[in-house]
Design a protein around this ligand. Structure first.
Ligand code: CU
Length: 495
């Protein structure tokens, strides 16, 4: 893109600041100017013609699957692959009945996955439909400085209603990502995978290739908006879903499998795979030399890193793939875990001991200590209160269709054992919701599985060919249907 044009686009973005208020006149003018630019004509054509080519049709030998996240289609314009990303607020169901207000791209958080081939020239049109400025950073890309998306230094931030057009040639290969370079926006969901397929296929060849984006949100009970200031998190997601709403990775017994893990949040995540030994074959800088592929089953994916792991799926069964930080294997874990078994909460921030979580007796959720002990999620509240829309609400509101509602098994003397309860009321049969998360990929899982699947957890299902084919066939039939959302599932508690 030449300097003059870029300058124009930047100024168009600046003009866009007033766009929301000043209305259609500017929009129309801006649109006309955009279409006057050589690279912009495809915009106009789009409406009338041709179906958008899909990823699998455009010379990518083994497209990456990002379960629960759409792929971003593109159009060709004189040899340039043109993508369109819209930064915008999205409503997303991260767990059955838990619809939250995130910020993402094209209706999804994380945003749609971009896939290109090494050597491609790409143009990415970024429109800002957020109520504030944003900027798009191409994480790890070796591109000209003015295409880097660093707000203030490499470009002006993209004003609300504005647009910036990025264009560059990609000589790298590997697992990259794009994200807003405004720090707080990152904590609202603004990231997406950007896969650069190598010119020469990696050896050994993989049969299946997946991408999984790790994110975390702090969403207080009764809220739908993440608290991006919080330092502790109660919703941990793979590709925007918390277990058991995550979609298992389905592979055929004997397949060589690649999983690309991408992390953008406040925490590092040790991702662990059961039943198999993998090698870390790539990082956020691309393919690793083979001499570095030591064996492992847990890989620490640090903030702003990606890790590719590869393994031969030679052990049949449903194998957990999860973050191994215990609190990241939970859902909605915040200061209201207590009210389920204990009547009253405590005043938050009463004293140093309570505030810092120093246990003198009993358990963290016991009556003496109260539910807010040592947890950051109570910030801003003066008193910890019973909550109304949480799946942890055992008393009263548990006749939800689809939930299995078994009773947790506890010993007769449970209440006299120091430390009790830990998991008794947080996972297990009473949390099972197999039917609510029913989908082809879950077919044949052991009954009640979903009661133990939370946070950053999913399965790698290593299936014999007939079972694999059956699920794939079902999935084909289901395409485009969204079975998960059941409105009204968690209604306000009747007190
Ligand atoms: Cu984690």
């Amino acid at each position: 893109m030449n300097k003059a044009r870029r300058k124009f686009i930047q100024s168009a973005a600046a003009v866009g600041a007033g766009l929301l208020a000043s209305g259609k006149a500017i929009a129309a003018q801006q649109e006309k100017q955009m279409q006057d630019m050589p690279g912009m004509q495809h915009e106009k054509k789009k409406a009338e013609e041709k179906p958008v080519p899909q990823v699998s049709q455009l010379g990518i030998a083994l497209p990456v699957e990002t379960p629960d996240v759409p792929k971003l289609p593109w159009e060709m314009d004189s040899g340039v692959k043109v993508f369109h990303l819209i930064a915008e607020p999205v409503k997303q169901e991260i767990f059955p009945g838990r619809v939250v207000d995130l910020w993402g791209y094209n209706g999804s958080a994380p945003g749609p996955t971009i896939q290109v081939n090494q050597g491609d020239r790409v143009r990415i049109i970024v429109d800002n439909h957020l109520p504030e400025a944003t900027s798009m950073h191409w994480h790890g890309f070796e591109v000209p400085n003015d295409m880097d998306g660093a707000p203030g230094s490499s470009q002006d931030p993209i004003a609300p209603g504005g647009r910036f057009v990025y264009e560059f040639t990609l000589h790298q290969e590997g697992t990259y990502f794009y994200h807003s370079h405004m720090a707080m926006q990152e904590m609202m969901g603004m990231i997406g995978a950007f896969i650069m397929h190598p010119k020469k296929a990696y050896e050994p060849r993989a049969d299946r290739d997946f991408a999984v984006i790790l994110q975390e949100y702090a969403i207080l009970p009764n809220n739908t908006v993440p608290n991006s200031m919080n330092m502790e998190f109660n919703w941990l997601t793979f590709n925007g879903k918390a277990g058991p709403a995550t979609t298992p990775l389905i592979v055929r017994l004997g397949d060589r499998v690649r999983i690309r893990l991408i992390n953008l949040g406040m925490d590092h995540h040790p991702i662990h795979l059961h039943g198999h030994t993998f090698a870390v074959t790539g990082t956020e800088g691309g393919r690793q030399p083979r001499s570095l592929w030591g064996p492992g089953n847990t890989v620490l994916v640090g903030v702003a890193q990606s890790r590719d792991v590869e393994f031969v799926a030679n052990n049949p069964g449903d194998w957990m793939l999860h973050c191994h930080l215990p609190h990241h294997m939970m859902n909605q874990m915040s200061s209201m875990v207590g009210p389920m078994t204990r009547k009253n909460g405590m005043l938050a921030g009463l004293g140093m001991e309570e505030g810092m979580g120093m246990l003198r007796q009993g358990s963290a959720t016991s009556e003496e200590n109260g539910p807010s002990l040592g947890r950051g999620m109570g910030v801003g509240s003066t008193a910890d209160q019973r909550v109304v829309n949480s799946p942890l609400q055992a008393e009263g509101g548990m006749q939800h269709p689809g939930m299995q509602m078994g009773k947790p098994e506890v010993a007769e003397n449970a209440n006299s054992v120091p430390g009790f309860p830990q998991d008794a009321f947080m996972e297990g049969p009473m949390m099972a919701m197999d039917e609510m998360v029913d989908k082809p990929e879950n077919l044949g899982l052991r009954r009640g599985w979903s009661g133990f699947m939370m946070g950053m957890m999913t399965f790698v299902r290593v299936l014999p060919p007939d079972q694999y084919d059956k699920i794939m066939e079902l999935r084909e039939k289901q395409q485009g249907k969204k079975p998960m959302f059941m409105p009204g599932m968690y209604h306000p508690h009747r007190e």
